[in-house]
Structure formats: structure tokens, C-alpha cells
Design a protein around this ligand. Structure first.
Ligand code: HEM
Length: 366
């Protein structure tokens, strides 16, 4: 744990595994809204953030998490398997005659978007438009972009919010077997999600579940392409897929960083983190901490046990972890089965300049 004097992000930086876990499980470190309230950026999103699970703490968090978590349990997620398989195959059918494709834009982005659309209950005929909005939204939540695209991003957020408001009203009148209708129905001891909480949850699912999944799939394929002997091993032993995905999550963690604010003075490792100070937890670094993992910088798809913290730790542990795991397992396995002799089309790869995500701009493959 050390103090970082960065102009943009001054605060405590945590790179050790043990320290990261200690902070993430200590609820005196709170998760607060990161965007400055006065900023014009993402102004439509700001109002909704107050109702998002991710930025709630203590009892308020517990209440919301209890209302939504049943719908993300592993047995519920398993029922999405046929849907996920169908989506992967449909997307691969579209590119099967191409000599070259970009795994990021031709596959991973549309895949993650279509899955969340199907699960939430976006009607088939609106999914293409929904995909365009979400891809645009995720690409504009990128701090390296220009003012102009931020303005466009604001517009897309507004359009998506209006879209979900309308969809929620439709499902109120005519419930279906989709996540929006089920979230609406979910009741715990007489308590239910308010309209705004339901809307905020839909938007959070789109934001939290999209780019992260794209990066997991892309980083996994990159890891295999740069370790061809393990690619062959996985092809020969498909049952290794679960362990392999855990290792990709550890080795190239899609979410590299999360943040907390100390709600009081807190002693840790003989240092005092003062009330109001910002703490940045570097999940990607903790996942390569040699004190925790043997050969931490080595990819090993058979690694077992693998207690990585790519999905965080503690009360905010990723709600969508089972879904993300299933999506990645199916996507990677199908890609390996259907695209023979998979190879990188160029060794020149560029990472997007994002602080919190490990994200390739493109991954051209042949
Ligand atoms: C929380 C990572 C996919 C929904 C988190 C956190 C991490 C994370 C690190 C904790 C943030 C913190 O402690 O501040 C990932 C990764 C994913 C992934 C690496 C894919 C590889 C998904 C998916 C969904 C989702 C597919 C839903 C569709 C959420 C939600 C939270 C969350 C709602 C907030 C939970 C809470 O505050 O209680 N995720 N996520 N995530 N994730 Fe994910």
C-alpha cells in the first residue's frame, strides 16, 4: 500500500493481494459515485447512479442486493446456456466465410450486448438497435475520447434510459419471463424495487456486464494465441475450460482497478488511511502477487486452486460472475471448435488507454 501523488488520481494505491482483500471486505471503505457531481459529462447517468447497487453501502446495499441476487444465481444462469450457445453460433455464421475478422468488434462486442439484451427481454426486432446503442455507450465511457464523442455518449445514455423506461412500462402491463419482469416481481418481506431502482439496475447491468465480458473473451483468446502449447492442450482437453477461464481472469484481469473511500480513519499495515481519502485497489496487480500465487507471471490453464479477485471481493463481489463465466466458457470453446488454425493477423496490438480496464482496441485474427 503506498500513497500516489498523481495529479488526476491522488490517493492510496493497493497492489498486494492480502491488503486488497482486507480493504475490500472492510465496509468502512465505501464505494461512492466517482463522477464529479458538477461535471457535464454523463449528466443523465449521474441522477441514476444514486440508485445503483454498486454505489450503495451497508444496509442500503444489502437491501438492493437481496432483491436482485436470486436472479443471478448459478442455477438461473445455467438456464441461459442454450441462448448463449445460439448467439455465439449465429455470430460465427456471419463471419465464417471471411478470411480475417476483428474479434473485438465482429464478435465480442455484439455477443456481450446481444446476451444482455436477450436476458433483459429486449424484443428480437429491437436487439440490433439496442446493440448499436450499447456499443456506442461503452465506447464513449472512455476517458481518452474527445468532447464531441462525450456529448454523443450523453445522448446515447439518454436514449437508453428512455428506452428502458418504456420497456419497463410495457412489462408492467404485460409481464414476460424476462429479467425486467422478474426483477419487477421480486419481493422480500414486502419490499420491492422502486421504478427508479429498476431502471438504474437495467443500466448498471448493461454497463457492468458489457465491456468486462468483451475484455474477458478477447484477453482469453490473446492469452491462448500467445501460449500456443496451452491452446493445443485446451483443444485436446475441453473439460479444462472452467479452470482455464479462471486463469484468464487472473492473468489478464478485465477489471484492473476499483476504488473506495475511507468513511473514518482506518489503521492498516501500520499506516493510517484518513477519513475521506481515496483508495485504489489494483485487482490485476493483486492477482499477480507472488506472495499469493506461485509463478504469478506465468499463464497456467490448469492452475488449481486459483483464488483470484478479478470479480472483486466482499459485499460488492460481482453480481454477474456466474453469467460472465458461462458466457466466456461457451464463447472460447466454440471459437476454438469452429475456427481451425486460429492465428493473430498482426503482432501489432494496441491497448485502450483506460485506467480501470485491460482492453484491446482490436484483435485481428485469421
Ligand atoms: C461488480 C468484475 C461481468 C454485474 C463487479 C466488481 C468487479 C466486477 C471487480 C466489483 C466492483 C467493486 O468492488 O467496486 C466483472 C468482470 C466481469 C463482470 C471481470 C466479466 C468478466 C459482469 C456481468 C454482470 C455484472 C456479466 C451482469 C450482467 C455486476 C454488478 C456489480 C458488479 C451489478 C455490482 C455488485 C454490487 O455492488 O453488489 N464486477 N464483472 N458483471 N458486476 Fe461485474
Amino acid at each position: 500500500i503506498y500513497w500516489g501523488n498523481s495529479v488526476k488520481y491522488p490517493g492510496w494505491y493497493v497492489t498486494g493481494y492480502k491488503e486488497a482483500v482486507a480493504i475490500l471486505k472492510d465496509t468502512r471503505f465505501e464505494n461512492r459515485i466517482p463522477l464529479p457531481q458538477t461535471s457535464k459529462k454523463y449528466e443523465h447517468l449521474k441522477n441514476l447512479q444514486n440508485d445503483m447497487l454498486l454505489f450503495k453501502n451497508k444496509v442500503d446495499h444489502k437491501r438492493l442486493r437481496t432483491l436482485v441476487s436470486k436472479l443471478f444465481a448459478p442455477n438461473v444462469v445455467e438456464s441461459y446456456r442454450p441462448n448463449i450457445e445460439e448467439t455465439v453460433n449465429e455470430l460465427l455464421n456471419e463471419v465464417q466465410n471471411e478470411k480475417r475478422m476483428d474479434l473485438v468488434s465482429d464478435f465480442a462486442f455484439p455477443f456481450a450486448s446481444l446476451i444482455i439484451a436477450k436476458i433483459l427481454g429486449v424484443p428480437v426486432e429491437e436487439r440490433h438497435q439496442f446493440k448499436e446503442w450499447t456499443v456506442d455507450l461503452i465506447q464513449t465511457i472512455d476517458f481518452t475520447r474527445t468532447r464531441r464523442s462525450l456529448a454523443d455518449g450523453n445522448d446515447t445514455i439518454r436514449i437508453l434510459i428512455d428506452y428502458f423506461r418504456e420497456l419497463i412500462e410495457k412489462r408492467k402491463l404485460n409481464p414476460q419471463n424476462d429479467l425486467i419482469s422478474l426483477l419487477m416481481k421480486e419481493e422480500q418481506q414486502g419490499d420491492k424495487l422502486s421504478n427508479e431502482e429498476l431502471l438504474a439496475t437495467c443500466i448498471l447491468l448493461v454497463i457492468a456486464g458489457h465491456e468486462t465480458t468483451v475484455n474477458l473473451i478477447t484477453n482469453s483468446i490473446l492469452s491462448l494465441l500467445t501460449h500456443p502449447e496451452q491452446l493445443v492442450e485446451l483443444k485436446e482437453s475441453p473439460l479444462l475450460i472452467e479452470k482455464a477461464v479462471e486463469e484468464f481472469l487472473r492473468y489478464e484481469s478485465p477489471t484492473q482497478m476499483t476504488a473506495r473511500i475511507a468513511s473514518e480513519d482506518i489503521e492498516i499495515n501500520g499506516m493510517t488511511i484518513k477519513k475521506g481519502e481515496q483508495v485504489y485497489i489494483l485487482l490485476g496487480a493483486a492477482n499477480r502477487d507472488p506472495k499469493k500465487f506461485n509463478n504469478a507471471n506465468v499463464l497456467d490453464i490448469t492452475r488449481n486452486p486459483n483464488p483470484h479477485i478479478a470479480f472483486g471481493y466482499g459485499i460488492h463481489f460481482c453480481l454477474g460472475s456466474s453469467l460472465a463465466r458461462l458466457e466466456a466458457q461457451i464463447a472460447i470453446q466454440t471459437l476454438l471448435q469452429r475456427l481451425h488454425n486460429l492465428q493473430m493477423a498482426t503482432p501489432d496490438l494496441q491497448w485502450r488507454k483506460l485506467t480501470g480496464f485491460r482492453a484491446l482496441k482490436e484483435l485481428p485474427i485469421t
